[in-house]
Design a protein around this ligand. Structure first.
Ligand code: 13P
Length: 250
């Protein structure tokens, strides 16, 4: 059975200018993270500079979205090949904020993921239910539909990461109970294993939504949680560094 590699990933969302690259320098100065990968996904404007700062270190850099096409008349969009060219190794796709703000469907996310794989990027595909969906008992159905619709057929453990981010836990300070995280992560693992076999067992599954230094160790102790996708707490080196250390120790 292939064991997923642990991954601590930070999503800076629409935060950060050149001044905030100092946080990356602090993180790199202090960070050794035996046994886990570390990824930061800044706004596209910072990818190249962050990748340069991270060169030769454990830190990998990723985008937060890409277009499904390689090039063309799509004003304001960025292709997967462009992210790769700027120094990215990963790209977050199907984040709930993009699904909500830009009306991205599972089909759109899948097309973007295919483009990411073709460009040689690791696709970090996000799934997760809203509060209304959870309260109506639809969580696993929603997650199943998102997994089925968003993930391309030709992925491997090295090219796919799945992040479970309950929408109601993002930026709210609310975190599901560990049993709720375990239920969804076990379900995702079973789905990936039945669709992709051995490869599905090796895909890293991240939990995302109000992960902080104070709750990281408890979340990382949950089976089938192989890391985190961290928003707010990834902006400060001290907080993100503590989360990376908790993952490394888990
Ligand atoms: P917060 O960690 O700020 O809740 O954000 C989570 C998230 O959306 C990461 O992609």
């Amino acid at each position: 059975m292939s064991t997923p590699r642990k991954l601590a990933a930070g999503n800076w969302k629409m935060n950060g200018t050149a001044a905030e690259l100092s946080e990356v320098k602090t993180l790199l100065a202090e960070q050794a993270a035996p046994g886990c990968d570390v990824l930061l996904c800044p706004p596209a404007t910072l990818i190249h500079r962050m990748a340069q700062a991270a060169e030769g270190s454990i830190l990998k850099v990723g985008g937060q979205d890409c277009h499904a096409r390689q090039s063309g008349a799509h004003t304001g969009d960025i292709s997967a090949a462009m992210l790769k060219d700027a120094g990215a190794s990963h790209v977050i796709l199907g984040h709930s904020e993009r699904r909500a703000d830009h009306g991205e469907s599972d089909e759109d996310v899948r097309a973007k993921a295919e483009a990411a794989l073709a460009a040689g990027l690791v696709a970090v595909i996000c799934v997760g239910e809203t509060l209304e969906q959870r309260e109506s008992g639809a969580t696993l159905d929603i997650v199943a539909a998102q997994l089925g619709g968003s993930i391309p057929d030709d992925v491997s453990a090295g090219t796919l990461v799945v992040a479970y981010e309950p929408v109601w836990a993002i930026g709210t300070g609310k975190v599901p109970e560990t049993a709720q995280i375990a239920e969804v992560h076990d379900f995702i693992r079973a789905r990936l294993s039945s669709r992709f076999g051995e490869a599905g067992q090796g895909v890293a599954l991240l939990y995302g939504g109000s992960v902080k230094p104070s709750n990281a160790a408890e979340i990382f102790a949950v089976e089938n949680v192989n890391g985190a996708l961290v928003g707010g707490a990834s902006l400060k080196a001290a907080d993100f560094g503590a989360i990376v250390a908790a993952l490394s120790d888990a």
